[in-house]
Design a protein around this ligand. Structure first.
Ligand code: FMN
Length: 201
């Protein structure tokens, strides 16, 4: 049986982003734990802000199909997102809103599977990072609700919010605090355990 594969996305593509750093570090830890990992850049999709008129005129943009294909070729997802005023970022929400329109938007081309058919029952793990004390915890809880309720994804209960993220990484991009490393590993390991059992089932 093939090993489960993990798609890693960051809700911030900012140069010097703490969440992107955490996503890259978590990807390394997941590889070290034996997973195959694909790191995926949401900003490279160049998705316009969702707009029903734009959708009506030119359909769902190509970038949303790229995200769908990435979801389809992986067993599940690791989302690492900052919080903006307690909510996940527009980069993350906008990409998934577009994904949800594949196959259901008016005048859509016929597709093998809709966006929501591809996400259904996929396993998700969550991390966040912030220079603040809460580490982005509030946004993670909305991401959990959004992916579970709208996308029928299975979000593992374990999650980790990295606080004081501006002081957390060394020059090589590794987390300095062994307790933070342990927390990242804990989330990855929870995802792996469930992913293996879903694979077997
Ligand atoms: C519009 C906006 C709202 C923010 N709101 C929060 C917040 O609610 N909680 C928090 O911990 N940090 C907040 N921040 C600070 C971000 O955590 C900080 O900018 C962080 O570096 C963004 O993540 P990144 O480094 O991955 O880009 C906010 C930043 C912006 C730009």
């Amino acid at each position: 049986m093939d090993s489960p594969t993990l798609l890693v996305i960051s809700g911030s593509a900012r140069q010097g982003s703490y969440n992107l750093s955490l996503a890259r570090y978590a990807a390394q830890r997941a590889r070290a734990a034996g997973l195959q990992v694909e790191e995926f850049d949401l900003r490279a999709l160049a998705l316009p802000l969702y707009d029903g008129d734009l959708e009506g005129a030119s359909g769902v943009p190509e970038g949303a199909y790229q995200l769908q294909a990435a979801m389809a070729r992986n067993s599940g997802l690791l989302v690492v997102t900052p919080e903006y005023n307690g909510f996940p970022t527009p980069l993350f929400i906008n990409a998934f809103d577009w994904l949800s329109r594949i196959g259901v938007a008016p005048h859509s081309p016929s597709v093998e599977r809709t966006g929501l058919e591809v996400t259904a029952s996929k396993l998700v793990a969550l991390l966040s990072a912030s220079p603040g004390a809460g580490g982005g915890l509030r946004a993670m809880n909305y991401v959990r609700q959004y992916l579970q309720m709208a996308f029928q994804m299975l979000v593992v209960p374990q999650q980790f919010a990295l606080s004081k993220a501006n002081e957390a990484f060394d020059a090589q991009g590794a987390l300095k605090d062994p307790r933070a490393v342990q927390s990242v590993d804990f989330v990855i390991s929870a995802w792996m355990t469930l992913a293996w059992s879903l694979h077997k089932g």
